[in-house]
Ligand binder design. Structure first.
Ligand SMILES: Nc1ncnc2c1ncn2[C@@H]1O[C@H](COP(=O)(O)OP(=O)(O)OP(=O)(O)O)[C@@H](O)[C@H]1O
Length: 248
């Protein structure tokens, strides 16, 4: 597919529902959700605990499957892939950032980033070390490359995790509560880094309770009662402005 042939939206959901089995019958976590997110957009996903933010992220990242509806990410229709194909696609197309970093404790920062490249094989083995070092530099932790995660601060660990998410040059990064385990000053630097990555062309989808996201993101989507709506976005003088980009 040439760049001209690529659709404007990187992420496209059409009437997506997700139910989980429960002892009292199926629990509907998302109901008939339709949504488009453009390339390079920085989108905050807001909503109360249990509203369905992680469910939505997991469907878009191909970590879980929709019960019905269609999801297309970077031109790939996810419902058509089997488990093996989905895992392979995810490795190259999506970077994932978690609240508790989830770095492998016995590997250095550099090795954690290189391992993600080893799994995916998108970059030649001879280039991986230099690429991992460059990514650690890009997120501001080059000096921590040789250290084990336990010897790093929370903010440093999350930066290493972001470098790992970038390892295979994904079009999309999804982050689930990435600042939930950081103090507010460190959280602000991580969200600013996300802003920079989006400005450089990586689509960022971030589920969070951090209100700073409304200021830094292009758009906030509110998840409630299994559905989505654009949320009001605070602006400097205390007024509110509603994002112009519509959810379809
Ligand atoms: N594997 C599962 N099995 C059954 N129910 C689930 C499962 N995962 C999530 N749920 C339910 O689906 C709903 C949405 O959960 P989800 O984790 O997406 O919410 P969330 O908005 O991310 O919450 P939080 O902010 O607390 O992380 C909740 O009611 C939850 O209990």
């Amino acid at each position: 597919m040439t760049i001209q042939q690529m659709p404007r939206a990187l992420i496209s959901l059409h009437q997506v529902s997700k139910s989980y089995p429960s002892p009292s019958g199926a629990f509907v976590a998302l109901k008939d959700v339709s949504l488009e997110i453009g390339r390079g957009e920085f989108v905050g996903l807001l909503g109360k605990s249990g509203s369905g933010k992680s469910t939505l992220l997991n469907l878009i990242a191909g970590i879980d499957r929709a019960t019905s509806g269609t999801i297309t990410v970077a031109g790939q229709a996810l419902q058509g892939l089997n488990e093996q194909q989905l895992a392979h696609w995810r490795g190259g197309a999506v970077g994932v950032v978690f609240q508790f970093f989830q770095l492998l404790p016995t590997l250095t920062a550099l090795e954690n980033v290189m391992l993600a490249m080893d799994f995916c094989q998108k970059f030649p083995a001879r280039d991986r070390r230099a690429r991992a070092l460059a990514l650690l530099g890009q997120v501001g932790v080059a000096e921590q490359a040789g250290k084990l995660p336990a010897t790093l601060s929370g903010g440093q660990q999350q930066r290493v995790a972001i470098a790992r998410a970038l390892a295979n040059a994904p079009a999309l990064i999804v982050a689930d509560e990435p600042t939930g385990n950081l103090d507010s000053a460190t959280a602000a630097t991580v969200l600013a880094l996300f802003r920079d990555l989006a400005s450089a062309g990586t689509t960022m989808l971030v589920a969070t309770h951090d209100e700073d996201i409304a200021r830094l993101s292009d758009r906030c989507i509110h998840v409630a009662d299994g559905g989505l709506s654009n949320s009001a976005k605070p602006i400097k003088d205390g007024q509110v402005a509603v994002s112009e980009r519509a959810i379809r």
